[in-house]
Design a protein around this ligand. Structure first.
Ligand code: GDP
Ligand code: MN
Length: 349
């Protein structure tokens, strides 16, 4: 087959010749899913869509991670759906438990208090282990060390459009380190002191804060306070070597010492987002307008009639969250001086 440059718009050569796609340079990349055995049918749905819309033409690998051993059904069903190689890893205890410096009594009181206040997942221990694991450990699991890029996939997500080019290759060729499709404001009850911890880190590690960062996405007052904007991390395509860098590891270690994964309920979404916002250059963060995505309760449906038709999308453009009041994506466009896609004004409510 002929080799084409990445065809990202219908005007590019090779757009309709999907056979040419496979001959492009491959990237050392994998899908990655954290799941329980009981998630099998929900993750099966996600995999089927990722394969139909993209991976059946690329056959990238898929790494599955779990705090318990995967059972035979989980392995059988997922390996039959994935077109690439599948790998199954059990997470070491130290990456899924309370670190020794955590005061168990204090953590327990927090959970009871949050349960009373009906804060989502506020009473859950396993959810906190999950958030800490996704913040600090998934990228350094033994199986993940073999790869440079990852695409995170959760159970019960949907892809509504064809993915017409290789997003891993796009990340690599354009020096992108982190990407998103949806952004929004975090529930402040889950992270009341996160920004205090971040400020402490910035003071202790000024060498890790880059010039031309995205502070304007995170803060409305130059870093004094957090506006709670974050990229929604249940979808992520990113560079694993960045997460394994000294800068990111110092950041995670500093937050972990402060204990907010257990004394509050810090999510991996604000943690990754703040890291990307402060330690990556603005143009190392990418917004994929053309990857259509749903995770309950939000939809990213590409703005622009033409692109939706070309990509055979089946999402309702009215459901697109990007330009609504609770999304932070307008802010991302503004701080990057990007022009919003045509038609965005019609999707504001
Ligand atoms: P939400 O998206 O924030 O509502 O949280 P999810 O329930 O979707 O959990 C996020 C991800 O972590 C999903 O991929 C889940 O399958 C996974 N996950 C959550 N809790 C656990 C757990 O206790 N064990 C394992 N192995 N995976 C979990
Ligand atoms: Mn989820």
């Amino acid at each position: 087959p002929k080799e084409y440059p990445m065809a990202m718009t219908p005007n590019d050569p090779g757009w309709n010749d999907l056979s040419g796609i496979k001959s492009g340079p491959r990237v050392n990349a994998t899908f990655v899913t954290l799941a329980r055995n009981s998630d099998i049918w929900e993750i099966a749905r996600s995999i089927r869509q990722v394969e139909d819309r993209f991976n059946r033409r690329y056959n990238y690998d898929w790494v599955f991670l779990n705090d318990k051993p995967f059972d035979a059904t989980f392995k059988k069903v997922t390996s039959s759906l994935v077109s690439g190689k599948t790998h199954y890893g059990e997470i070491p205890k130290e990456h899924w438990s309370f670190p020794p410096h955590i005061d168990q009594e204090r953590a327990k009181k927090v959970r009871e208090d949050m349960a009373q206040r009906k804060i989502i997942y506020g009473d859950s221990i396993s959810y906190r282990h999950m958030c800490r694991f996704e913040s600090g450990f998934f990228f350094r699991q033994e199986l993940m060390m073999n790869y440079d890029y990852y695409w995170r996939v959760e159970p019960s997500v949907e892809l509504f459009c064809d993915v017409h080019y290789d997003p891993f290759r796009f990340m690599h060729e354009n020096n992108k380190k982190y990407s998103f499709v949806l952004s929004l404001y975090e529930y402040v009850e889950t992270i009341p002191t996160l920004w205090d911890s971040v400020k402490k880190f910035m003071k202790n590690h000024p060498e890790h804060i880059v010039e031309n960062n995205s502070m304007g996405f995170l803060s409305d007052d130059g870093g004094e306070s957090y506006n709670h904007c974050h990229f929604w991390s249940n979808f992520e395509i990113g560079n694993l070597n960045w997460l394994r860098s000294q800068a990111y590891l110092d950041f995670f270690e500093s937050l972990d010492q402060d204990g907010g994964f257990f004394y509050e309920r810090w999510g991996d979404a604000p943690v990754h987002s703040i890291a990307a916002g402060l330690m990556l250059k603005k143009d190392e963060i990418h917004f994929f307008n053309d990857i259509a995505y749903y995770h309950v309760p939000f939809t990213h449906c590409p703005t622009g009639d033409k692109v939706r038709q070309e990509l055979k999308c089946h999402c309702n453009p009215k459901d697109n969250f990007d330009w609504k009041g609770y999304s932070c994506t307008s802010r991302y466009f503004e701080i990057n001086g990007l022009e919003k896609p045509e038609g965005w004004e019609n999707q504001q409510d």
